[in-house]
Ligand binder design. Sequence first.
Ligand code: AMP
Length: 402
Amino acid sequence: MSSLPVLVLNSGSSSIKFSVYEASDGRRNRLFEGAVDGIGTDRGAFWIKDASGQKLIDQSPALPNRAVAFQLVADALHAGQYPLPVAIGHRMVSGGPTIQQNQRITSELIDEMESYTAFAPLHTPIAVYIMREALRLFPGVPNFVCLDTYFHRTMPEEAWHMPIPDEYSAIGVRRYGYHGLSYESIVYQLGAETPSRLIVAHLGNGASITAIRDGKCIDTSMGLTPTGGIISGTRTGDIDPGVLLFVLRRMAAEIPNTADAADKLEVFASKKAGLLGVSGLTNDMRGLRDAIAQGNPRARLAVTLFTRTIAKWIGSFMAVLGGLDMLVFTGGIGENDIASRAEICAGLAPLGIVLDPARNNTRGAAVISAANSPVIIRVIPPLEDLMIVNHVVRLLGEQSRT
Ligand code: AMP
């Protein structure tokens, strides 16, 4: 196989991240990566850096909307300085109930995914916009969708079936699970060291936990949408449904329209809750740690809710797995927040999860369990873009054989 430049696009609510890999037989070299960030704010940023980390572009442009932002990316990629992609891989949080396989993107597929916006309302609108633009701005280049739900397709029905009336199960209301590309990349990196019973905690601004048996997902914390599961930056995580009913009834007097009420509930549960809601300060763990150091009790409570919830999920997934061989921390908090890892593991020693405080005092990939810990504890950064490149190369190969 000759060397193929593959563009990876990963959009968030206010950012578009991208990278270009050179893929050849079994080899994947990241040529460069970049991002437009702060879309819709007055803190727009656009940068590209090469494989050695050297900034090739570092600008603070006005980014009033995603159209301006993506045009910047497309213009930079067409400027002749970088190899033009022969294929594009898009990270997609949710494809809805009917799209569970990674595949080539067509206009019809985009329309279908867009019709399932309710399954990931914060992520889908920008992702489908970028897909349409990529088809337009890179004519003739095949585009592929890589789903964050894909890794979770191996869950048994008792893990994904929700305890709700069947008429809703029948239209796709179920647990899908997210962060799948991150989980897949942890199993990929562990390779032959992947143990039979593995729990991975992806702790970033969004946070989730997955139970993995023999390399395959058997349960995960996020549900129908990424709002479910553990408390995260601005999301409630799992919560008594009575809380949502309580809030809805309070809204009913001012908002007679159900769709508007749902939008307000969405803001309540997904944007104003979690670490931000409890602390009243920030959703950012670094800011919370600074506030805790200054004695802020609400920041302390928010982080304690976070670490305690994660410890509870680890315990329940140990029950599902029938024990545990390895616990892996990943994501911005999992990789960098030494105190969160220590606080999560503090009560888990009776379950065989024994952290070594000195080994834990590090950022980035490491083994952090004590030498006598029955469970190995590791920190492994995710390689989501690399997983997308692998899927794109596989799908390109399948396409050329058909
Ligand atoms: P992610 O969504 O994976 O980019 O992770 C974002 C989260 O990681 C934010 O809450 C950050 O505050 C947190 N984070 C990133 N770097 C650090 C660090 N050095 N120490 C503590 N938390 C960090």
